[in-house]
Design a protein around this ligand. Structure first.
Ligand code: PMP
Length: 448
């Protein structure tokens, strides 16, 4: 063991990523690996994009840092103008921070402050969904519903967070239920949660439009978010959509909620905002919240040393320019359709693939020991980690997830390639992934 970095696994030193170019990462094992997941659905322009590097260099030469107590800066202002162009869904302002978790914290605190400003200080509760992920800081972890991630920290998490079921049709829609009946059942559960807390104590409902890091690319059924929005509106609560993973083009539209037709009051963004070139996240905010702050205490009672950082903002601005100018959303949709087709061809009939699902360039395979019963593999086998290792051996990086299924660890693997992917990249990704799945399953002990 050589590394002195405290990372997820202290027992294995990971290889060093040395250089990145386009879809490829070259590492200290001498391998050139296709970044089939863009890290954790982050590297939307791939690696080493010349325009982003140039924008960062130019900004470094001009200004590296200035504190927001005194100054704003040009790239952050330009980034806000670009992201908010046309005021999508009535969102008019942007707060910039350094990560998805920070964005979620800001969204939660802003929702709370909004209600204090408008004279409803009783609103202290938040409703979120089980099997969700909103980040690893304490507030975001309390909002998240992944019980395995929460377990150790449960005693120090806020009790202001309450959880209802996610919209997860593959497992949770009953056989005798139509989609509409299932959505109605979920809406009734949410309504009941409001009632049991007292509707005037709820500040916001928070959800991922497409669940990412817990279940893997689970979009809600049609009508679900309309029903959620109607319940929030009826009770005067805010809707916060966490698009940290699913936003900024990943699902084929700039915002995932566009495909639901339901804009939020506050939207959290991060990964696709800066594409990994710099740590950056943010929240987009609706006008009524801004008005309340302006008319009330005058500003957001929150902030961080590195908020609206000039170099991070310059990087994100360049990423957003490239997405728009190079028509990459169109490519996400076209390559996403190809990725779906090839995944279904290669793994759709596989006896251990229960579900293949996703949108845009955001796809997941869920693995099961038995397709009929949907039973999960023995969690101790860590099948998803085995698939990751086999994929790496074949020159592919993919992103393994372990959502909780009936209290047990499930096996999901995400493929979320950069938006710049070409057909040959998609073919190579699916070929290597399919072989990795076969090899990982063949390598399981006989009882598995
Ligand atoms: N929300 C969602 C939906 C996420 O997927 C993530 C990260 N996977 C986060 C929040 C937290 O973001 P970060 O890791 O940048 O803090």
């Amino acid at each position: 063991m050589r590394s002195r970095l405290l990372q997820r696994n202290l027992r294995i030193d990971p290889p060093l990523a040395l250089t990145g170019q386009g879809m490829l990462i070259h590492d200290s094992n001498g391998k050139a690996v296709i970044d089939g997941s863009g890290g954790a659905a982050v590297a939307c322009l791939g690696h080493g994009h010349p325009r982003v590097l140039e924008a960062m260099r130019a900004q470094m030469d001009r200004l590296s840092y200035a504190h927001t107590a005194l100054y704003s800066c040009e790239p952050a202002e330009q980034l806000a103008d670009m992201v908010l162009e046309g005021e999508p869904g009535g969102l008019t302002h942007l707060y910039l921070c350094s990560s998805g978790s920070e964005g979620v914290e800001a969204a939660l605190k802003l929702a709370r402050q909004y209600f204090v400003e408008i004279g409803q200080p009783n609103r202290r509760n938040f409703i979120a969904r089980r099997q969700s992920y909103h980040g690893n800081t304490l507030g975001a972890l309390a909002a998240g519903g992944n019980m395995m991630r929460r377990a150790i920290y449960q005693p120090i998490l806020s009790d202001a967070f309450h959880h209802v079921s996610a919209c997860y049709a593959y497992r949770d829609r009953r056989d005798d239920e139509s989609d509409a009946q299932y959505v109605a059942r979920l809406a009734a559960e949410l309504e009941a949660q409001f009632q049991s807390l007292g509707p005037d104590t709820v500040a916001a409902f928070i959800a991922e439009p497409v669940v990412g890091a817990t279940l893997g690319c689970v979009a809600a059924l049609p009508g679900y978010f309309q029903a959620v929005r109607a319940i929030c509106d009826r009770h005067g609560a805010l809707l916060i959509l966490d698009e940290v993973m699913s936003g900024m083009g990943r699902t084929g539209t700039m915002h995932a909620w566009e495909q639901e037709g339901v804009p939020p009051d506050i939207q959290v963004v991060a990964k696709g905002l800066g594409g990994g070139y710099q740590p950056i996240g943010g929240i987009m905010i609706g006008a009524k919240i801004i008005d309340a702050l302006r008319d009330g205490s005058g500003g957001f009672m929150h902030g961080h040393t590195y908020q609206a950082h000039p170099i991070a903002s310059a990087a994100a601005l360049a990423v957003q320019q490239v997405i728009r100018e190079e028509g990459l959303l169109e490519n996400v949709r076209a390559m996403g359709a190809l990725l779906e087709q090839r995944l279904v061809e290669r793994l759709g009939n596989h006896r251990h693939v229960g579900d293949i699902r996703g949108r845009g360039l955001f796809w997941c395979a869920e693995f099961v020991a038995d397709r009929a019963s949907k039973a999960v593999f023995d969690p101790a086998l860590k099948l998803n980690e085995r698939i990751k290792r086999e994929a790496y051996e074949r020159g592919l990086a993919c992103y393994p997830m372990a959502g909780t299924i009936d209290g047990k660890r499930g096996d999901h693997v995400i493929l979320s390639p950069p938006y710049i992917a070409r057909p040959a990249d998609i073919e190579a990704i699916v070929a290597r992934f399919g072989d990795a799945v076969d090899a990982a399953i063949a390598g399981l002990p006989p009882s598995g």
